[in-house]
Ligand binder design. Structure first.
Ligand code: NAP
Length: 306
């Protein structure tokens, strides 16, 4: 640990955290960005971001994230590869303890996003990385000319299913209800894609395979009838859970574990702010994450000028 006290630590380098860093570093604050994995967050999983303003042809999530990283560095933000474990306040200064070191800061911006939920069905753990995946952009190409399934009915599931038709011979979309919650434009594309077959009102009961996934056992919700689907891949897109384990004892969270913030995006602990998917919010988009990152700059400035 160094004894230096920094103005701001941003924990998490997805679009929300990177934008907070760009604004704060441009405002001449001394800022650290602590990221445990790869800069870009869930944006890295977006093959073609079609609704981010300024890109009429769409943009790749990782390209946008790389530009945001370069912009934050240009203004002087320092990137640190470490994994936050807890935050404690001592004499008005926050101490962030990470796996490798500790950091002293006056304010904290939590931008740790969320991680995908697992189905929790028998056979799943054994077949992770052997057919079961949560990232079509990362793993889709492994399933060229093979039948695969996607489970879920939200924007992520439909995006993944449509993207995966580039590689797979056919894509089965398994959803527990008969209606999708995904945006209508995605539903239109899904329904007109000849490679996609809908398996509605159905849930995955278990997954079977020895060295790799071989088949999925599916149960019809209405009558409990069971069927099997031979697929080599299963992409799970059944929602996300916020990455708030390291701060759950310090901050007020909602029933889903998201950080509750006020109008300034400040949490229940003065000086700790939260932006993007990790906070309680109605809309989770790259554009809204970026909006949070910009918006939090005013709250940080107010707190630091006290
Ligand atoms: P989501 O909107 O929460 O959808 C999760 C889906 O999984 C729902 O259809 C849900 O079914 C189903 N599900 C949940 N638990 C299940 C279980 N145990 N078994 C079977 N199915 C289950 O999650 P998401 O699609 O990952 O999206 C997360 C957020 O990111 C949303 O705010 C979304 O709008 C946003 N996002 C936006 C875009 C975009 O705008 N292009 C792309 C991706 C994500 P029910 O519908 O029956 O509840």
């Amino acid at each position: 640990m160094t004894n230096k006290t920094h103005d701001i630590a941003v924990i998490g380098a997805g679009p929300a955290g990177l934008t907070a860093a760009i604004y704060a570093a441009r405002g001449k604050y001394d800022i650290l960005i602590i990221e445990k994995a790869v800069v870009g967050g869930t944006a890295l999983m977006i093959d073609n971001l079609e609704n981010y303003p300024g890109f009429p042809e769409g943009t790749k999530g990782y390209e946008l994230a790389m530009k945001m990283e370069a912009q934050a560095k240009k203004f002087g933000a320092a990137f640190i590869s470490d994994d936050a474990q807890n935050i404690k306040k001592e004499n008005g200064i926050f101490k962030i303890t990470c796996s490798s070191s500790s950091y002293l800061v006056r304010t904290v911006v939590i931008a740790t996003g969320s991680k995908p939920v697992k189905l929790g069905v028998p056979g799943e753990e054994k077949l992770i990385g052997k057919g079961i995946s949560w990232c079509a952009t990362c793993d889709g190409a492994f399933f060229r000319n093979q039948p695969i399934a996607v489970v879920g009915g939200g924007n992520s599931a439909l995006h993944e299913a449509i993207y995966l038709t580039r590689f797979a011979s056919e894509v089965f979309v398994i959803h527990r209800r008969n209606e999708f919650r995904a945006s209508p434009y995605l539903q239109d594309r899904l329904k007109t894609n000849p490679k996609i077959h809908l398996v509605l009102g159905s849930v995955v009961e278990k997954v079977i395979g020895e060295q790799k996934l071989e088949k999925i056992v599916i149960k019809k919700v209405a009558d409990g009838s069971i069927s099997e689907l031979n697929v080599s891949g299963l992409f799970e897109a059944v929602g996300n859970t916020p990455n708030t384990g390291f701060c759950k004892d310090v901050l007020k969270l909602d029933e889903k574990g998201c950080i509750i913030t006020d109008d300034s995006l400040e949490s229940s602990e003065p000086g700790i702010f939260a932006v993007g998917d990790v906070r309680t919010t109605k809309l989770r988009q790259v554009a809204t994450a970026v909006g949070d990152g910009a918006y939090v700059a005013a709250g940080l400035e107010k707190y630091l000028s006290k």
